[in-house]
Design a protein around this ligand. Structure first.
Ligand code: ATR
Length: 291
């Protein structure tokens, strides 16, 4: 257990801005539940100060931290010989968790992919990646983690629809090199509804539907009745997409679940204990969402 090397037990989330983060609430809940003496803080860090923060981790000031926007991609450049970069984090091209190791070394991992999959498995136990194509809306950082998770779970076909088609094509090419058994198809944004035919999973990874953003404009009628619809947006909890899916009678999976499950995998990386994503914790975090 890594905590033994750090008497203070400091942890935190590194981002800019970071005030909105629910991570202190989530990790604080688990620290108390497991009787661990850690303290999880907001660590607002401007891009120019990221190097100092990483140095503080190496000096043993922290057990570890979460990394969020805008540092998820850039933090890898601060790793050095002797550090550990998880193969999946490298493939996704983003790091969301650092673990301080002995001798000023760091372990850099990505728990977003696992978090997405664990949530889907918990909320939709009947869903099987192998059962059919999945359509992913978006090709940004979050999409990379979701696409990686689905390909690793043996999805036969991944259709990536994005406003900028070149980004979807790039993601398809990169992932195809690693997952030869999966068919990757880049889809133009205007063709997104055609990409719903036969899909067994639809996931929104764009910002659309988030509070303050335009809703996602998509007609779900081409989806088969067996399709699961998931959204990684969690504010609001029931996005317009999930609302439309529910009113069609489709099974849905929300973004709060992914947030909680990626946090659970990070906690396990620091403490060697996989904490439970309980209904009580979900309700606690849900109460902080404005809608
Ligand atoms: P994140 O790390 O949250 O995935 P990101 O990397 O900025 O954030 O990606 C945002 C995604 O939302 C992208 O796929 C983006 O499409 P582009 O690649 O074309 O920019 C998508 N997105 C954002 N606003 C959008 C809009 N108004 N219509 C369609 N897609 C949008």
């Amino acid at each position: 257990m890594v905590i033994a090397t750090n008497p203070v037990g400091r942890l935190g989330v590194v981002g800019w801005p970071v005030a909105h983060s629910r991570s202190p609430l989530i990790h604080g809940h688990w620290l108390a539940e497991h009787g661990l003496p850690g303290r999880y803080e907001l660590l607002p860090t401007a891009p120019d100060d990221l190097g100092d923060l990483v140095a503080a981790l190496r000096s043993g000031e922290f057990i570890g931290c979460n990394i969020t926007v805008p540092h998820k991609v850039n933090v890898a450049a601060l790793l050095r010989v002797g550090d550990e970069l998880q193969a999946s984090a490298q493939a996704i091209g983003a790091v969301n968790t650092l673990v301080a190791l002995p001798n000023a070394r760091l372990r850099a991992i990505n728990t977003d992919a696992l978090g997405y999959l664990h949530n889907l498995q918990q909320t939709s136990p009947h869903w099987r990646a192998e059962s059919g194509p999945a359509t992913v809306l978006g090709a940004g950082g979050a999409a990379r983690a979701v696409v990686f998770a689905l390909a690793e779970a043996s999805s036969p076909e991944l259709r990536i629809a994005n406003r900028s088609i070149d980004k979807a094509q790039q993601l398809c090419t990169q992932m195809a090199a690693q997952f030869p058994a999966t068919r990757f198809v880049a889809i133009g944004w205007d063709q997104r509804e055609a990409a719903l035919l036969d899909a067994q999973l639809l996931v929104n990874t764009t910002d659309l539907g988030m509070l303050g953003q335009a809703p996602l404009d998509i007609n779900l009628s081409p989806l088969p009745d067996t399709c699961v619809v998931s959204d990684i947006v969690y504010a609001p909890l029931i996005t317009p997409l999930l609302k439309a899916a529910k009113s069609r009678g489709l099974h849905t999976s929300d973004g709060l679940g992914m947030l909680l499950h990626q946090a659970s995998a990070a906690f396990e990386a620091w403490f060697g204990i996989r904490p439970t994503v309980s209904e009580a914790l979900r309700a606690k975090v849900e109460a902080t969402l404005t809608v």
